[in-house]
Ligand binder design. Structure first.
Ligand code: ZN
Length: 341
């Protein structure tokens, strides 16, 4: 009973935070938003490739945190509410397009992907801030003041990056994207991904960026990753903007490595560093129940059990393990896991 009332309490706070996170003005055109748009971070046509009776699994299908749902309808999957309907309908049309989505992306398409990724991050940061300010207790060991400071700096960087990519899209600043990896697999993988994040370590485990460097003057450096199953194929795309110089060496490493090793690395990046991925409900149980996969879903900055002390049996089970490596994980891009359409 106590568990149930705790759950309802958490859900109420999440609801309040969601409402508080809705903006008044469109972040792309600046006009007042009369009717908020339900924008999809991963393109709708991609989610639709994977949806079964309109439903998809999210990352919680693996981590199984009891307060959160592990599946959702396509209309509520990976959505954000930060721009107006008009912008949503036209600002991403170059890449959210059945004719182009499986082709090698041009700069305009990458600018649109980057803009969308930043909108999602800005919206997530606002939502996170509302949660902290509502004093939510779902992470009882975090330092709220420290989290708010980090949140503020991240939001600053994301807003600056958004402005930069908007300028690029408008043709006012030169393009400068670098594709680190692009491939179209001739089958449908059971996962869709679109997101931006910082890579801290290269393929050999050498540090590229110090995750504990909190120098406010430094801007964060990020890559953009997409996995789009569509029309019997799956495109994998990893790119960054050349002003994020930390990735130059990584680009060389990726381009001089074996394809299998790069795929393994990208597979690891998806599950270690992004949140914004969704599974087909036909995904193999072998993946969902894989021990390394479950452990990685409960890691935070390479610390087991989210870096928290164990409080229940499941926590103890995963506490003493070393950080998960790319080699241990099932490769979700392997044809043996492809789903039939
Ligand atoms: Zn707008």
């Amino acid at each position: 009973m106590e568990e149930l009332s705790k759950k309802i309490n958490v859900q109420n706070k999440v609801k309040i935070a969601r409402q508080g996170a809705k903006p008044k003005y469109c972040l792309l055109c600046g006009k007042e938003i009369n009717q908020i748009c339900n924008s999809h971070s991963v393109p709708y046509m991609v989610l639709n490739t994977l949806a079964e009776e309109g439903m998809l699994y999210n990352k919680n299908k693996v981590a199984e945190i009891s307060y959160f749902k592990c599946e959702d309808g396509i209309k509520r999957t990976g959505t954000f509410h930060y721009i107006c309907r008009e912008c949503d309908g036209k600002e991403f049309a170059d890449y959210e397009n059945p004719e182009t989505i499986l082709t090698k992306p041009n700069d305009l398409m990458m600018a649109e992907i980057a803009i969308k990724n930043l909108l999602l991050m800005i919206s997530q940061k606002k939502y996170e801030r509302e949660l902290y300010e509502n004093d939510i207790q779902y992470l009882p060991f975090v330092n709220i003041q420290q989290m708010l400071k980090g949140n503020e700096l991240d939001t600053r960087d994301y807003l600056n990056d958004l402005e930069f990519f908007k300028q690029i899209k408008a043709g006012r600043v030169e393009y400068g994207f670098q594709i680190a990896y692009w491939e179209v697999l001739p089958f449908v993988c059971p996962i869709a991904v679109q997101g931006t994040f910082t890579i801290y370590k290269d393929m050999k485990g050498n540090q590229i960026i110090d995750p504990y460097d909190f120098d406010e003057k430094k801007k964060n450096q990020s890559v953009h990753l997409c996995v789009f199953p569509f029309n019997g194929a799956t495109v994998i795309l990893l790119f960054y903007h050349k002003r994020d110089k930390a990735y130059k060496q990584l680009w060389h490493q990726i381009n001089s490595s074996k394809r299998e090793d790069v795929l393994k690395y990208i597979n690891y990046l998806v599950f270690a560093l992004t949140d914004n991925f969704f599974f087909s409900k036909s995904i193999s149980e072998t993946i969902l129940k894989d021990d390394a996969f479950v452990r990685l879903s409960r890691e935070y900055m390479e610390q087991p059990n989210y870096g928290l002390p164990a409080i229940n049996e499941k926590d103890y089970k995963y506490l003493s393990n070393k950080p998960v490596s790319a080699d241990e994980l099932p490769l979700i891009f392997d044809e043996k896991y492809a789903i039939k359409q």
